[in-house]
Design a protein around this ligand. Structure first.
Ligand code: SF4
Length: 414
């Protein structure tokens, strides 16, 4: 019989493949003199709606699964050590960790046991017991099992801050190949139930603050990339569809990494990390910079460049759009200039209402002017107008966004 600690080792390790709650991956052991460390089994970090970074106990209820998704180490045909927590064990672990200040919340997912409904009931039982019996006020992120009954989605949303149903792979065709029990339509039905129930709950709360909250931090999803030949164009198109149809807060892109004795249908090599990074940059451009997915790749060039950021690639392909006059251009045009992030666009708009900007002003805003020089005019700067194919189109240095930088740094980088 396994101890809870042995189960924790297996089920925290099994949960690390789910990126739909962001994890910092920080690892710092205590030195015995100070207090605290970031090395706890299964502890990851995530962001609440108000921007706070919270540490979460990230575990699976079980890595037993009746499905056979080829890309997943927990699939039924995988020869791995299995474990299963009872809901009570997860409740106790969460409360223990919380009282010791190791965590501020719980991220709970699970393999499919018996049926989507049964699995979802088990996950809900954990959240319900924490909330109603122990009055737990910490953050809870529950995985929502696609295909479970709408009434269970409703209950999950009443107890969880965030829900996520994973789309898993970019296209239905990919699911047919690698996750035969999963269907895009079923997954999207669950996403739609979350969206509709959240809208109804938000409307009720606009009339009465006593009405219950439903998944206040919204929903997210995860897509594994690089396990199939799906292109970046297809991946971004699916992400656009999901954002538009189900009001997702985030799509997480996880590069496929091979594991021992994997199915021969899978690639032998891991997806390059930089590909994941370019997808996140593109995702950011779509959500905050007004780019359409279709602008960032083309039918002829369906893959994102691995050597330069997607905004620079777009700028090089559209010399007719530049130069952009920093002192007169509308917000939408400024947002398309490589090296100028959206916070700095707001600052530029504010400053120029009383002062014409020079390059020195941009430097004071910590804009990476070298990246922008080719694309802008200021009072004291006018670029040589480049022609298509000219090497003048090459910016001095391609900007690269650091995904794990603080939000302020990140927004200033693109
Ligand atoms: S449903 Fe598929 S992806 Fe999820 S745990 Fe089971 S095998 Fe893995």
């Amino acid at each position: 019989m396994m101890t809870v600690q042995q189960k924790l080792e297996i089920l925290a390790d099994a949960a690390k493949y789910d990126a739909s709650c962001a994890s910092s991956g920080a690892k710092r052991a205590g030195n015995g003199q100070g207090i605290g460390h970031s090395d706890g089994e299964g502890i990851c970090h995530s962001y609440t709606p108000d921007g706070r970074c919270v540490s979460l106990l990230k575990i699976l209820l079980t890595n037993v699964c009746t499905y056979d998704c080829v890309f997943c180490v927990n699939r039924v045909s995988s020869d791995i050590r299995r474990a299963r927590f009872t809901p009570e064990e997860v409740v106790t672990l969460t409360l223990d960790f919380y009282k010791r200040n190791y965590i501020e919340g719980l991220f709970l997912s699970s393999g499919i046991i018996q049926s989507p409904d049964y699995t979802m009931e088990q996950l809900i039982q954990v959240a319900k017991t924490l909330r109603l019996v122990h009055k737990f006020g910490g953050y809870i992120h529950l995985k929502t099992i696609p295909g479970c009954d709408a009434s269970l989605v409703r209950q999950a949303g009443l107890f969880a801050d965030r829900l996520s149903a994973n789309i898993e792979l970019p296209t239905q065709q990919d699911l047919v190949q690698l996750a035969p029990e999963k269907k895009s339509a079923v997954i999207e039905t669950t996403m739609d139930q979350i969206k509709v129930q959240k809208e109804e709950a938000d409307e009720d709360r606009s009339r009465s603050s006593l009405a219950p909250k439903f998944a206040a931090a919204g929903q997210s999803t995860q897509m594994v990339v690089g396990a199939t030949p799906a292109t970046d164009r297809e991946i971004l198109s699916t992400a656009t569809h999901l954002y538009g149809s189900y009001k997702l807060r985030r799509v997480y892109y996880t590069g496929f990494s091979p594991y021992p004795e994997a199915d021969t249908r899978l690639p032998l090599k891991a997806a390059p990390l930089i590909r994941e990074h370019r997808l996140y940059q593109s995702d950011w451009l779509m959500r905050f910079y007004g780019f359409e997915a279709s602008e960032l790749t083309s039918p002829d060039q369906p893959s994102l460049s691995l050597t330069e950021d997607p905004k620079t690639t777009w700028a090089k392909a559209h010399p007719e759009f530049f130069p952009v006059d920093v002192n007169t251009a509308p917000r939408e045009a400024l947002l398309r200039v490589p090296g100028i992030g959206y916070k700095n666009v707001e600052r530029i708009l504010r400053i120029r209402s009383y002062h014409q900007l020079e390059l020195a002003d941009l430097r004071k805003l910590h804009i990476r002017v070298n990246s922008s020089l080719t694309y802008i005019t200021t009072v004291d700067h006018s670029p040589t107008i480049p022609t298509v194919g000219s090497s003048d189109l090459e910016p001095a240095a391609a900007t690269q966004m650091d995904l794990f930088a603080p939000l302020s740094a990140l927004t200033g980088a693109l």
